[in-house]
Write a new protein. Structure first.
Length: 407
């Protein structure tokens, strides 16, 4: 998706700023600043927010922020005096005030519009706007539900690091979620025991995870929708699709597996399962814990220090150590060998080639077990995709294109 304003277009996937067909060269931080302002054009962005997002919270001077802002203005033909596109509100922050259209078309020379060709209507979305509501499961637990964006309905199944409010703002997760909301009506929810949902729950099991998903989609009266399952959320998506094939239009998964660690018949996998649970009990959400640093490194081997910190912060916010262990136990006992052959929904399976958390072979087995499923390897070792790696762009583009295909 491109953001089109005035004579310019901004393409986050290709990281390109163009004036018509002309490619404009800008520094990475200038591009990120401009993109952040455009995505958050419905609100005033403070300098603190810019520092947290563009510089990942590092200590930078006000003059550094001002110089990048001036460079962004120059790149789009604006000035500090004119402020035709980027306005500065004294003591409050900055806001992109130009009229923006979101365009799903692509093109190396500025897109079909730049060539005078007809483009399809774009999908509009307020990137920083989400609605949070609650629904109640048949067994009496309150679940938090988020809806954002417009377009085909995409329901993301719950996972153990879920907090619908915090995720929408975190530097680690927000870019991913905002990208999805740019071309879909994105529905997310916190399963029981995590996020804004009820935390005091006696049991978390494959059955309760299914109840949570069924409760959410029924409460929203969703008749037909696509499912997105990342990591342990994939098993939830597959079980639901096998049970309700008439309601699921497409399935997209990343980091999926057929068997949890305790079901793979390998003593090493069982040992790893016990090790991970031990690390969680000793240092869950504690940034400076040696156990937690080792744990996070499995998920983000290529993560920068600030990204590792953000992941630890998310752990602390998302759930308690006890609930994390309950969910981890469900994960390690997963066995969906009998479910996958029953899935008849069009499916695409993305998997990180060098994933340390879920072996690449598990992703391959998922795709091989579902009739006609597509398999897309991602060239990364990160289980959690980071926005500054090419694999992130490959995943978002592939998901968007797959979602746009006719049912």
């Amino acid at each position: 998706m491109r953001y089109v304003f005035d004579e310019y277009s901004l393409d986050p996937d290709r990281r390109e700023l163009r004036r018509g067909p002309e490619l404009i060269s800008v520094e990475p931080q200038v591009f990120d600043l401009l993109l952040h302002l455009v995505r958050n054009r419905d609100c005033v962005v403070s300098s603190d927010d810019l520092i947290a997002t563009i510089w990942n919270g590092r200590l930078v001077s006000g003059s550094t922020v001002s110089s990048r802002l001036a460079a962004a203005r120059r790149a789009i033909g604006d000035t500090g005096d004119e402020q035709r596109l980027i306005a500065t509100l004294p003591r409050r922050g900055h806001r992109f005030v130009g009229r923006v259209r979101e365009d799903l078309t692509q093109g190396d020379d500025g897109g079909p519009q730049a060539r005078g060709q007809r483009t399809e209507p774009s999908i509009q979305t307020a990137q920083r706007s989400q609605a949070i509501t609650f629904c109640r499961t048949p067994d009496g637990f309150n679940l938090a539900v988020s809806s954002a964006g417009e377009g085909p309905v995409l329901v993301r199944t719950t996972h153990w690091l879920s907090h619908v409010e915090y995720d929408w703002q975190s530097s680690l997760t927000a870019p991913f979620l905002h990208s999805l909301a740019g071309f879909s009506r994105l529905v997310r929810y916190d399963g029981r025991g995590v996020g804004l949902s009820d935390r005091n729950v006696p049991v978390i099991s494959p059955e309760t995870l299914q109840v949570d998903l069924e409760t959410v989609v029924d409460s929203l009266q969703l008749k037909r929708f696509a499912l997105l399952g990342t990591s342990q959320g994939a098993a939830i998506a597959f079980r639901y699709a096998a049970k309700h094939p008439d309601r699921v239009s497409k399935i997209i998964v990343h980091g999926a597996y057929v068997l949890g660690r305790n079901r793979r018949g390998s003593p090493n996998d069982v040992e790893e399962s016990n090790m991970m649970i031990s690390m969680m009990r000793r240092g869950w959400g504690e940034e400076h814990s040696a156990f937690m640093r080792a744990f996070v490194t499995l998920f983000l081997p290529n993560g920068r220090p600030e990204q590792v910190k953000a992941y630890a912060d998310l752990q602390r916010v998302a759930t308690s150590p006890d609930n994390a262990v309950k969910i981890r136990t469900v994960i390690d006992e997963t066995d969906i060998r009998d479910i996958l052959p029953k899935v008849r929904t069009p499916t695409v399976v993305f998997h990180s080639r060098y994933d340390n958390v879920v072996p690449f072979e598990q992703g391959r087995l998922v795709a091989a077990s579902i009739p006609h499923a597509r398999f897309v390897p991602l060239e990364t070792g990160n289980h959690v995709l980071l926005t500054d790696e090419p694999a992130f762009t490959t995943f978002i583009r592939g998901l968007r294109e797959f979602l746009a295909e006719p049912d």
